[in-house]
Design a protein around this ligand. Structure first.
Ligand SMILES: [Zn+2]
Length: 518
């Protein structure tokens, strides 16, 4: 080896510190000096002006999306530090990158790995020992959850209000179209017996073939590999409803696509959310995340042909009905590793996220399997028909800009056209009581009503026979729990209870042209 392999900040500080932005940039430069085949793009520029690096590690000649597509190889995208207090993913991703120019070089003959090691770079630079105090290191501190706008990037996947999220969607997910996206976090919830927990897409509007393949094949194989190769226990992400009475059940989190794992599912691609366990020390969290990443790469390597077929089939699927509201439901009864805790009014060890558990409890260090129901899945409580197309009023510039950033194909009527349309008549509009991510989310109820209308030229058309139809439906249906109505995109456009989005039920020829900007 002409050059010595670089060390991460975690390694060189003996796991006392995590990388700063400049450390990550220096590490990537050192890797590039070792292997000229490694390329680096900027996928977004943060509010504070930091260029976010995307490292491309593929076989010789694969240097951009065109050569990547021509290679026919699967693309795995590893993203870390979306929450900049949750730092081990950033360290583990750099270690995996180093392996891809050394011990795991051969893997690059069979896949392309994209790495965004420091997504929330602005949050990262706020490193302080005051953040995430219940987390077990690193002792020199971590960054903050939010970006410089005060937004949580893992709630911004649908509304796209941050330059980071817009860049991620446009320049990574649309441009490169990764088959598998891995999103690295640290959990700080219940006390359990797993070094790392994980989740597939949780929204049931995602293709069932994708969800089933992850739950039936991919995740169980990765879990076994973690046990056999690394002697570590992992399981689906969740929290005990009550830490003191675990038999009440294990609950996953949320089905809405504002979360990255759910969003990627709606794009017909595979994804794994990884949550290292906050209460094991920093080095152990780096190690388990690093091992988990390698086992994911191995599993994708093994199943890539099948996964590519499933994804391609999902892109062509014709949708009939999709959910608009969802509820959590029991998945199965199983044994889950619980850390026995006892009430202790003297100690205040409670993490923030313990459901109905009182904050005063004492950990015992004793891990035991407990039989309980895993509430790990969601079901639609209300569904709507998927139309042939949605029509969006010509004045909805912000909404159209949002759809285009997502990569959705939007057209514009080139002449006035008489059409049988359905209008959404709002019956009730309610706003969330508390602002969330600076929004008072809007929940609509109402009915579709048919009428004959002469639709003006310039009206936008979003047909559902396109690969991102699941996502387009979720964004445009007025009753959707995470769509553009919910995020106030249309607040000023609802006139006399008529929503500015209509639909056409049946296939009809349209004089329309594809637009690239509103
Ligand atoms: Zn997180």
């Amino acid at each position: 080896m002409a050059q010595e392999l670089p060390k991460t900040t975690a390694e060189s500080s003996n796991y006392r510190a995590t990388s700063r932005y400049s450390d990550v940039i220096d590490f990537i430069s050192a890797i590039q000096r070792i292997d000229p085949g490694i390329r680096v793009e900027t996928f977004a520029t943060t509010n504070e002006g930091r260029a976010l690096p995307l490292v491309i590690a593929g076989p010789p000649g694969v240097v951009d999306p065109r050569t990547a597509q021509a290679s026919g190889l699967p693309i795995v995208f590893i993203m870390a530090n979306i929450h900049a207090g949750e730092v081990e993913g950033k360290e583990a991703a750099q270690m995996v990158l180093r392996d891809l120019v050394s011990s795991s070089r051969k893997l690059r003959e069979r896949m392309i790995v994209l790495i965004a090691p420091i997504y929330n770079a602005d949050g990262n630079e706020q490193i302080s020992t005051e953040h995430r105090k219940t987390q077990n290191g690193p002792p020199e501190g971590v960054g903050v959850r939010e970006n410089a706008q005060g937004l949580d990037l893992n709630r911004d996947y649908m509304k796209l209000e941050s330059p980071e999220a817009r860049g991620l969607i446009a320049n990574v997910l649309n441009r490169w179209d990764p088959l598998m996206t891995v999103d690295l976090h640290t959990t700080n919830g219940s006390f359990h017996g797993y070094q790392l927990t994980y989740a597939p897409p949780l929204n049931p509007n995602a293709p069932s073939d994708i969800i089933d393949f992850e739950r039936d094949t991919l995740l169980p194989q990765i879990r076994s590999a973690m046990r056999e190769n690394h002697h570590k226990e992992t399981y689906y992400y969740g929290n005990f409803l009550n830490q003191l009475t675990p038999e009440k059940g294990w609950y996953t989190f949320d089905s809405r696509p504002r979360f990255g794992n759910n969003y990627v599912g709606l794009r017909n691609r595979f994804t794994i959310l990884s949550e290292a366990y906050s209460y094991i020390d920093f080095r152990a969290r780096v190690d388990v995340t690093y091992e988990f990443l390698h086992e994911i790469l191995n599993a994708v390597d093994k199943h890539s042909r099948k996964m590519m077929r499933i994804a391609a089939r999902a892109d062509r699927a014709k949708l009939k009905k999709q959910g608009v509201r969802f509820e959590i439901k029991p998945w199965k009864e199983t044994e889950i590793l619980w850390e026995k805790c006892v009430p202790d009014d003297g100690a205040n060890l409670g993490p923030e996220n313990l459901g109905e558990t009182p904050h005063h409890l004492r950990r015992t260090g004793k891990i035991v399997p407990v039989k309980m129901v895993d509430y790990g899945v969601f079901a639609a409580t209300e569904k709507d028909d998927v139309p042939y197309a949605f029509l969006v009023d010509a004045g909805a510039h912000d909404a159209i800009a949002n759809l285009l950033t997502h990569g959705i194909i939007v057209e514009k009527l080139t002449r006035e056209t008489p059409l049988d349309v359905e209008q959404f008549v709002v019956k009730e509009a309610s706003r969330s009581e508390h602002a969330f991510q600076k929004h008072d989310e809007l929940t609509l109820s109402g009915k579709w009503k048919g009428r004959r209308e002469s639709v003006p030229a310039g009206t936008y058309v979003v047909r559902m026979d396109q690969p991102l139809a699941r996502l387009a439906f979720y964004l445009l249906d007025p009753r959707s729990d995470d769509g553009l109505f919910d995020w106030n995109y249309f607040d000023s456009m609802i006139e006399e209870s008529i929503a500015p989005v209509q639909r056409i039920d049946k296939s009809v020829p349209l004089d329309a042209t594809i637009v690239s900007k509103p």
